[in-house]
Design a protein around this ligand. Structure first.
Ligand code: AMP
Ligand code: ZN
Length: 135
């Protein structure tokens, strides 16, 4: 399979490695939103969080927490975004599970905004039962 993160996980493509264990490799993003932007990359190929075993998801986010703390100290940033995109509509461009850790600085130009849907409380709430039924 021609997957860039599988190649990075195997070491076939060079990356700047911050941390590695049996299941994950943490690397620097080559096109960072800010200096210090890291990616927690699963070593096995899962396209997205929905396809992944829960234990691995837990481990990935536990690693993301540790990396976020280290990134915060290293960059002296004012905040950190932890993002994980699933599907083209959500902005995913590499279809191999990864978690973004993005240091944020007051007034920086990174654009992570939502909340402009402008719907009534009835429209917002209508989906709740469907989500519950599908759990
Ligand atoms: P996403 O849009 O969530 O799929 O994020 C994919 C991320 O992978 C982007 O932020 C890219 O800059 C990053 N990326 C793509 N190729 C590489 C690479 N060879 N090494 C490190 N990061 C990469
Ligand atoms: Zn892959």
């Amino acid at each position: 399979m021609d997957c860039i993160f599988c190649k990075i996980a195997k070491g076939d493509i060079k990356s700047t490695v911050i941390f590695e264990n049996n299941d994950f490799k943490v690397i620097l993003d080559v096109n960072p939103a800010n200096i210090g932007h890291c990616l927690v990359v699963c070593k096995n190929h899962y396209e997205n969080i929905i396809d992944m075993p829960e234990e691995l998801v837990k481990e990935g986010f536990a690693i993301a927490k540790k990396i976020a703390a280290a990134v915060k100290k290293a960059t002296d940033c004012d905040g950190v975004n932890i993002l994980q995109n699933n599907g083209i509509a959500a902005g995913q461009t590499v279809f191999h599970f990864h978690i973004h850790i993005i240091p944020r600085f007051d007034g920086d130009s990174v654009d992570v905004k939502f909340g402009n849907l402008n719907k009534s409380i009835e429209e917002i709430s209508a989906v709740a039962d469907d989500i519950v039924k599908n759990m």
